[in-house]
Design a protein around this ligand. Sequence first.
Ligand code: NAD
Length: 541
Amino acid sequence: METTTHSGAEATSHSGAASTLPPRITKTLIDRLTGLITAGAAGEKREPYDMIEVYTGAVVGELPQSSPEDVAAAADKARAAQREWANWPVKRRLQVFEKAHELILSELDTIADLIQIGCGKTRRMAIEESCDPVMVISHYLKHAERILKPIRRGGAMPIISTSTEQHRPKGVVAVIAPWNFPFAISISDSIPALIAGNGVVIKPDNKTALCTLYGVELLRKAGLPRDLIQVVCGTGPDVGPTLIDHSDFVMFTGSTATGRTIGERAGRNLISCSLELGGKNPMIVLEDANLDEVIPGAIFAVYGNSGQACMHIERIYVHDRIHDEFVRRFVAAAAELGSKAGASYTADPEFGSLVSVDHMRRVAAHVDDAVAKGATVLTGGKARPDIGPAFYEPTVLTGVTPEMEHATVETFGPVVTVYRYTDENEAVRQANATTYGLNASVWSTDLARAEKLADRLEAGNVNVNDGFVATYSAKMTPSGGVKQSGVGTRHGDAGLLKYTDTVNVGVQKKQVLSARAGMPFEKQLKSTLLTLRLSRRLRIR
Ligand code: NAD
C-alpha cells in the first residue's frame, strides 16, 4: 500500500491511482462516520480495515475494527437504552420515523455517494437503494400501531374468561448485513426492529460500512435515543459469535453457507433468527410472451446491480417457438448495456462495477469453468480493467450443462444462461431443480395461465411479468426464501411481528374450569362432556 490518506481528492490506491470521490465526501465526514463505530475501547485492539473506492482501488479511509469485548459493550448499551424505549407508546416511537423518512429523502445524494464508494454500483441503482428504507418506514407508519396492538380474544369459557395476545419487544436485535444493498438491508431491517421496541446492533460488511453509518447518524438525528442503535465492524467469524451470544434475535442477510453458521449458533442459544439467503433464480418465458416487454424486463432482472442482487435471474428458460428471436434481441440488449458501463457518480452509466476485484475473479472463474467444459459465450465474458479494476461485462451463456459450476451454484454477477424448452412441464421441472428457492419469474400475455404456472414454482417470491421488483417492492406482503434460500420473511405484518415475543395473558373472572371440591369424578366428566358438545353445537368454541 502506498498511502492511507483519507481525504477524497488526496487518496491513492495500492497501485497509485487517485480516488474520484465527489466533493461532498470529505475526510471530516468519513472520520465522523467511522467515529460512530464501537471499537477500540475494550479487548485486544484490531488493525483497522482499509476502505476502498471500488471505481479506482484508492484507499479512502480506515475502518476501526471491533473486538468481541467491544461487541459485548455495544449490545449492553443498546439493551440499557431499550428498556426505556420499550416503554414509549408506539405512536411516540413512530414520530422518530416520520422525521427519518424526510431526512433520508433530503440526504439521498450523500447516501448514494457512500453506497457507490463501497459497492461501485451505478448512481441510478444507488438512488433506488436509498429509497428502500423510506418505503419501509412509510409502510410501518401506516400499519405498525394496528399490528402491535394487543388483541383481546375470548378465553376457554365465554364471558367468564378472556385471553389477550400481546407483542412484546424481544430486547436486542443483531442485524448482520451483506455488501450488495448495504444501506437498504442494514437500515430497512433495523426499522421494524426499532419500531417494535427493540435495541439494535448492526454489523455491516467492512467494504460497505460508510453508508450504514450515515443511515444510523440520520436515525439519531431524527430523534432515536443515541445508544439504542449501535454499529460494530469486523470480520464475521471474529465479531459474529459474540454478537449472536449477546442478542435476543438475529436478522441475517447473506450467503446460504454463512446463514447455516448463524442459524446453528442462534439455535444453540435458543433464540430465533430470520435468514435471508442466496438464490439461483429461474425465469420462464412462455411462447405467447410479449418480447417487447420481456427483453427490457429480463435485462434488468439479470444485470440490475451488475447481477449482485439476491433475487436476480441466473437461468432463463425460453419456449422453442420464440427462443431464437429472444436470444438475438437479448444478446444485443446485453451488449448495448455493456457499452453504457462507467465508473462515475453521475447518472450517465447504466452498468456498474462488481464490488471487488476478488468477487470479479470469482464471477470470471464461473464463466471460464463453463467455457472450458463446452459452454458458449454469446456476449461478454471478459473483465474490463479499462473502465475500473472490478468491472465485468454483461454475459450471456448457452450450452451450460449440470457439471458446470454456473449451472447450480449462485454466481452473483452479470452472467445468465439461456435454455430452450418445448414442454412447459419440463421447464417447470428444470426451474425447480435447485436447492435454492428465493425468486422465480414467469412471462406470458395470458395472466391466468402465468399465475397458474407461478403456483408450481418452488420459490418464496414469484413474479409474473416482472423479474423481482413486483414482489420486493410490495412492502405489505412478507417476502423470504424457501428451501435453502432462507428461514422467515421481511416486510408485511410478519416482518414486524418477528421482532416480538407473543405473550398470552389469560384472565379468569370466576374459577369454573377446575373440579369443585367433593364433586364425584363421574359427575364432573359428564358436565365436561356436555360443555364440550354444547360449545361445538352452538359454535361457541
Ligand atoms: P456473506 O454471507 O459472506 O456475508 C454476509 C454478512 O455476514 C457480512 O456482514 C459478513 O461479514 C457476515 N458474516 C460472515 N461470516 C459470519 C459469521 N460467522 N458470523 C456472523 N457474521 C458473519 O454474504 P455476502 O457475500 O456479503 O453477500 C452475498 C450473499 O448474500 C449472496 O449469497 C446473496 O444472494 C445473499 N443475499 C441475500 C438476500 C436476501 O434477501 N435473500 C439479500 C442480499 C444478499
